[in-house]
Every structure is written in C-alpha cells, then in structure tokens.
Design a protein around this ligand. Sequence first.
Ligand SMILES: C[S@@+](CC[C@H](N)C(=O)[O-])C[C@H]1O[C@@H](n2cnc3c(N)ncnc32)[C@H](O)[C@@H]1O
Length: 494
Amino acid sequence: MAERGASSGGGSRRGGFSGGRGSSGGRPSPGGRARKPARDEARNAAYDLLRAVDERDAYANLLMPRLLRERGLKGRDAALATELAYGTLRGLGGYDAIIAMCGDREPDPAVLDALRLGAHQLLKMRVPPHAAVGTTVDLVRLRIGTGASRFANAVLRKIASRTLDEWIAIVAPPAGSDLVGHLAIAHSHPRWIVSAFRDALGRDAEETADLLAADNARPVVTLVARPGRSSVEELEEAGAEPGRYSPYAAYLPEGDPGQILAVAETRAAVQDEASQLVALALTRVPVDGPDDRWLDMCAGPGGKAGLLDAIATHGDLAAGKSGEAAFAFAGGARMLAADVQYHRARLVWQTTRQAAVITADGTEPAWRPGSFDRVMLDAPCTGLGALRRRPEARWRRDPASVAELGALQRHLLGTALDSLRPGGVAAYVTCSPHLAETQVVVADVLRRRDDVEQLDARAFLPGIDGLGEGPHAQFWPHRHGTDAMFLALLRRRA
Ligand SMILES: C[S@@+](CC[C@H](N)C(=O)[O-])C[C@H]1O[C@@H](n2cnc3c(N)ncnc32)[C@H](O)[C@@H]1O
C-alpha cells in the first residue's frame, strides 16, 4: 500500500520539485521572501469552471465557451483550458480516490478542485511534474491562501511519485474480486453506471472497459449537412471530412464550427452521427399510402428536427450514397415539432425552416390520435449515451433518475403510437443504452398492445455492423465512434 497522509501543516520539503514556471510551490526564495506566484490564465479558467460546476451545478460545455471569451483565451491557451477542465471533470472519480490516499485530511471543496486539476496534469496530461505541481500550488496560494498551498504542495508531490496505472493498482479494488468497482475507479465512472453499461453489453468485461475508455476520450466534432440546404461537399470546403456512416455527416478535425457559413445559417449543424442515422432510419421505412404528415414529439433543441425537416421538405437526397437504402423519401411532407418547454421549442423554430413548431406536452397531446404517418419520439432520458460530450454529467445522474424517467418514457411512447395512423411508423430513440430506458420500455409498452409490430431497425441502417442482436439497434462510442443512441422502429398495424 502507498504511504498515507501528507501533513496538512507544513508540507514535506523532500522530493525533487522545483515548481512550474519558476514556482517553488510555497518554498521561500533564497532571499527569504516568498516568491510572488504567477497567475496562469488557462489554469485559472479551468479552475473557475470546476468551481462553478461544483458550487452552482453549471453545465461545463455551456460555461466554458463563455469563460474563454471573457478571458480572451484563444488557440492553444483555449485548448489547454478546455482539456484541463473537461479532463479533470471526467477523471475525478479516480483522482479523488488517489487524493484521499495522499492527504491526512479531507480537503475543502475549493482545495479539492485545485488538487483534482493538479492530479489530472500529473497523471493524464504530458505536463512536466514540476510545472504541474508548481502552477497548481501557485493557483492555490493566489486563490485560497498560503496554508492551503503548502498542503496542496505536499499532496501533489505524493501523487507525482507514481503513474496513474500504479495508483489505480493501489486504490481500486482488484478486478478479480470486484470487477465493477475496479472499472469504476480505473475509468472514473460511478459504479451504478458501470453496472448498467456492463448489462447492456451482455456482461462482457473487455467491451465494458473499452466503452468506459471511449467515454473519457474527446469526441470528434461531427456536422450534418441538411439535405437541400447544404452538402457534405460544402462542409469539406470548410475543412471537414466526409463521415463514415451517414451520407449527411462530416467530421471537423479542428476549428470552431460556428465559423462555418452553412452552420451559422442553420443549413448545417453540429450533430452526432448516430443522431443523424436514427432520424434517417425513420424516414427510410417504406410506408403504404399517404406519407406527408410527420411528428417530432420531443423535438427540442432541434437536432433531429432539423434533419427531419430538411428531408421532409427536399427528400433523402443522398440515399444512393449510403449503400442499399430500402426506400428514399422523395420530399413533400410537413412536420409538426413539439416540446414541452417553450425555450426548447423556440430553438427548434430557429433551426427548422418548414416545420410547424408548438410548445406541447406529449402526455396530453395537442393533436388528434391517428394523425401522423411518421412519428419521432426522442424521449427524455438520462443521457448516459453522451457522457463523453458532457464531462460532468456522469456525476449528476443517479439510479433514481432512471426510474423517474421510465414512467414518462412509457407514457410518451404510448402517445407516439396512438398518434400514428394505421400503417404509420414510429421511432423510439434514447441517448442512453441503459436497458431500463431502452428495451424494457419498448417491451413493456408492446406487451399491452396488439396493434403494433416491431421492425428490425438494423435493416434501415445498412452497412453498419455491431448494432446488436435486434430487432432494435444500439450504437456505441467504442464501436462506432458515435454516442450510444438506441433505436426501436414500431409500425402500427394496418
Ligand atoms: C432527448 S431531448 C430531445 C432531443 C431532440 N430530439 C434533438 O435531437 O435535439 C428530450 C426532449 O423532450 C422534452 N420533453 C420532456 N418531457 C416532455 C413531454 N412530456 N412532452 C414533450 N416534450 C418533452 C424535453 O424538453 C427535451 O427537449
């Protein structure tokens, strides 16, 4: 076992650190005067983000761009601040266990956030140890005080004495006796999420570890070129590369998507590739009879509605590009897009062109039953399939939220099916692979009705392997490089 407990009093003076950027980490200068700590803008911005997430439940990916703008951080500094903050938030499960072993007391929340930031630099980033320790100690001295900076110095020097793998071997339970506990610490996820992912992956330990690792990697920015409004070629001219699966997808290796004209004009948008594919699959199911009334029941903020609205209007123009699409919609439908929250419905209105947009509660439908040929239900869910995009989200959810959402998901799916005319088709989609939000919801609702058949969703996602045993389709970050979106396609019997 590792030696426990840095003294919170003075901090050890042994060890080889001279501090980052000339910092002595609280050590007096040769002349006896404490050196003035340097203020590091990128690290301060990252620290402020961590404090805001901790204290005010801020959303990291909403606050970070604002912080960068306000502080004038651009280019490499902006990238550093973002990596420091997001990486720390993702990794803090493991870092907290290591910090607990290296200090002689529980740090105050403000000190803990700084220690997490230091631990991330020491254990995950290629920041030289003297710089990681020195800059973090400077930050603590400037923002909290000299006493706390001595404590931070001692704890960080202990952390720096081992690699991440060495620490994991010490702080995590052995995989042989507690696999879920081991993976939870090793890949910094709450235990209940590891357990849910493992169940969804058929209890395969190696795949579960791959998924958790994928959640900790920065996702590539994926764009959608809305058909009839933009094209992948236009996005390529702006520096993007064609996507792997969706004929409307393009990956943006670097740069700010907001600077791309097509994105600024809402002809294109940032959208995960699996999100595109589940919307596309709904439009590719052949439907007998009229096919001009579509509904997106939970449309806000409008990612899927934006693509559906373009296909409804102009058709599935790139169908030929993605293998043998069973059916390509020719255009000429109108979509109703609804969301229970006014401000989210407003975002849908801003991103669509032809759709009628309303604020409406799907559990008390504002439309007559049997009105629609196609219905998209992208249900409110835990979002466990998009943890790599929302660095703090894994620490915010708890198992109770799965149960709470379950009742709403069942109710909304019932409405979606009632809203279909006979022969119409609905997509039940979640951005979560949790079985209680996916297969169990569909099975429960179908058990109570004999007017609905489930289609094999994989048939409408041609050329994509690894979607599971069917009839639903499950995307995975570690297999497809997408969010873990779930899709079930359900047809109302004619
Ligand atoms: C997963 S999000 C939908 C994402 C959206 N389809 C997209 O691609 O951008 C779920 C949405 O359901 C909405 N919602 C929650 N409860 C609802 C209800 N009872 N009726 C209608 N919308 C609801 C939420 O406000 C949220 O915008």
